[in-house]
Design a protein around this ligand. Structure first.
Ligand code: SAJ
Length: 416
């Protein structure tokens, strides 16, 4: 098959490369010059295990190439950003522009798949009229639908192949055609449904996670007030065969879990009450952690804190919507000097490249992200350069006994 993939970001590029490695002819389209020129040289500008090698292979085999504009193809796949606006509404301008850009190239029998996470109704109400401006009828001449991805950054290539997928079509024939396209490399099962159900499922999957994280975060504060260690309580609860309470933390980041629930709220704000409340609970965690920091710095003149980890989740370099960046802003607004260290991030002026520099003369270490390599911090050495030996663990990642042996006062989110 010949595919034209519009949008070469975290999802579009790995997906394009996967289709190419299955032997299809793939043209990747992106308006970002840097992405295209890197692709022409078989290089990538995002970071994902194994992706660089895969792209290099399929580009050198001539199976994947880049273009600033769409080309005629059998299948058009749209994987462009659907960012959230200030008013928490979805910004569909990229989806609209991408859809308009392929209209001149559409031919009878083509398949058009939206992969971008979008509010319910985006395909039917937003894309279909634009596609029909080609004079082709959607459902008969064109097979159209939505197939959201479920991959987790850091495991994208493995999950693209092994995860099951939903193929939501404007009609059953479209759903089947979309499933056929993915079956050329997806080993996971492909479930057929309609477009609106597929759009809702993607949002519901991530909203389920956000609501459960909010429950864990609320439990953490309740347990502090009860004088209970929430981490111990959750671990015991989860011994129940049907209970899976998630992990508390300093907030919810990333461009998925922190965003997708709002796409449901936007459409039915009067009904999506629990969903909106949980979003606000998770978004209130940086401020809550800031109050714990204030308590630990009480009475200290010109305090300095050191943030260990700034990414939105462990072991990746992605800082998008990171709650730690929000926490750092709050602390600076409270007149606290903030240094930061993250082994997965470089080239930021608010980061120290060296952990000992970051900790120098500091009054408090804050464990913000539970990167695996933070499990055995050089606490003795860090304590030796600090003004006060205190650590606030927001992820239950540090052993209290290790911190206390190194002479630290150990504080934990979810226990007082
Ligand atoms: N988090 C917690 N407590 C938890 C789990 C996560 O505080 O128990 C926080 C993380 O620290 C992070 C945020 O939530 O800040 C999101 O973390 P995540 O592990 O959900 O990672 P994502 O956003 O990269 O991946 C999610 C996944 N969705 C689900 O697990 C339902 C992934 O499968 C999706 O494909 C992805 O969103 C997406 O792109 O939609």
């Amino acid at each position: 098959m010949k595919l034209c993939v519009i949008g070469l970001g975290y999802i579009g590029l790995p997906t394009a490369a996967m289709f190419a490695s299955a032997g299809h002819q793939v043209v990747g389209v992106d308006k970002n010059e840097a992405v295209l020129s890197a692709l022409m040289e078989g290089r990538i500008v995002i970071e994902e295990e194994g992706l660089g090698q895969l792209v290099n292979d399929v580009v050198s085999q001539g199976l994947l190439s880049g273009s600033p504009v769409p080309v005629e193809a059998d299948v058009f796949l749209i994987a462009v950003p659907t960012p959230i606006q200030e008013n928490k509404g979805a910004d569909l301008s990229c989806v609209i522009a991408a859809t308009e850009s392929i209209v001149p190239f559409l031919r009878k029998g083509n398949i058009v798949i939206l992969e971008s996470t979008s509010p319910v109704g985006t395909v039917d109400e937003c894309m279909v009229p634009l596609l029909e401006s080609s004079g082709l009828s959607v459902g008969e001449d064109l097979y159209v639908g939505h197939s959201p991805e479920r991959v987790i950054p850091g495991q994208i290539l493995k999950e693209l192949v092994n995860n099951s997928r939903i193929a939501g079509g404007v009609n059953p024939a479209s759903a089947e055609k979309i499933a056929e396209v993915y079956r050329t490399f997806v080993k996971g099962e492909i479930f057929l449904t309609d477009t609106r159900t597929a759009e809702l499922c993607k949002l519901a999957e991530n909203t389920f996670r956000d609501v459960n994280i909010a429950f864990a975060n609320e439990l953490a504060i309740l347990c502090e007030n009860f004088g209970i260690n929430v981490w111990e309580a959750i671990a015991l609860c989860n011994k129940h065969p049907r209970v899976n309470i998630h992990q508390p933390g300093p907030g919810v980041g990333g461009h998925c879990i922190a965003v997708d629930p709002w796409f449901i709220v936007e459409k039915q704000p009067e009904t999506a009450v629990i969903i909106a409340t949980c979003r606000k609970t998770n978004d209130s965690m940086p401020a809550y952690v800031a109050t714990r920091v204030d308590g630990l710095l009480d009475g200290i003149d010109d305090p300095k804190v050191t943030m260990l980890g700034i990414t939105y989740k462990p072991n990746v370099g992605d800082v998008r919507e990171s709650p730690i960046l929000h926490l750092m802003e709050l602390l600076k607004e409270n007149g606290i000097e903030v240094s930061a260290y993250d082994p997965f991030v470089s080239g930021r002026d608010d980061l120290d490249e060296d952990i000992m520099n970051a900790a120098k003369d500091s009054d408090l270490l804050i464990l913000g992200v539970h990167h695996d390599r933070f499990r055995d911090l050089p606490l003795q050495q860090l304590g030796a350069v600090m003004r006060r030996k205190q650590i606030l663990d927001t992820r239950n990642a540090i052993q209290r006994i290790d911190a206390e042996r190194a002479g630290f006062f150990y504080a934990l989110l979810g226990e007082k």
